[in-house]
Ligand binder design. Structure first.
Ligand code: SF4
Length: 146
């Protein structure tokens, strides 16, 4: 691999910009995501940064199951992200449908509509588990998957 490509991959892995989308979560997992940016967990030291637009994001972090109402927005947000892009699902609801499974207004897990790269199980998912998922995603990027 040429040196520039190697350098680009190294830099990309260490500067993941994240857009967070709640597709129907109860807000429990969203609060755990906020914890990541407090001094206690401080994920910015790993280069992980929250951005306000999907157009600037490398990673889409989804909380909650996909609801019928959120589906068009989810697809629109994903389409707006530049390639290469990754999806991390936080919480049991987004990973499996969770307690909203079989509900009349939900479609179920996020992987029914988007290609998911990492799942974080838990209700709510713990900040340590979310950091672990990002570590695994960084390893996946380094191995050149996608
Ligand atoms: S996994 Fe639990 S905390 Fe997270 S959105 Fe579902 S019900 Fe809420």
């Amino acid at each position: 691999m040429p040196l520039f490509a190697k350098l680009r991959k190294w830099a990309f892995k260490r500067s993941l910009w994240v857009f967070h989308l709640n597709t129907g979560s109860c807000n429990g997992c969203d609060i755990e995501i906020l914890d990541l940016f407090t001094p206690r967990y401080d994920v910015e030291r790993f280069g992980i940064k929250m951005v306000g637009s999907p157009r600037h994001a490398d990673v889409l972090v989804v909380t909650g199951p996909i609801t019928k109402k959120s589906l068009p927005r989810v697809l629109r947000v994903y389409e707006q992200m530049p390639d290469p892009k990754y999806v991390v699902v936080v919480g049991t609801c987004g990973s499996t449908g969770g307690l909203f499974q079989g509900s009349y207004n939900t479609m179920g897990s996020v992987d029914k509509v988007l290609p998911v790269d990492a799942y974080v199980i838990g209700c709510p998912a713990k900040p340590e588990a979310i950091i672990d998922a990002f570590t695994k995603l960084m390893e996946k990027i380094e191995r050149g998957r996608k």
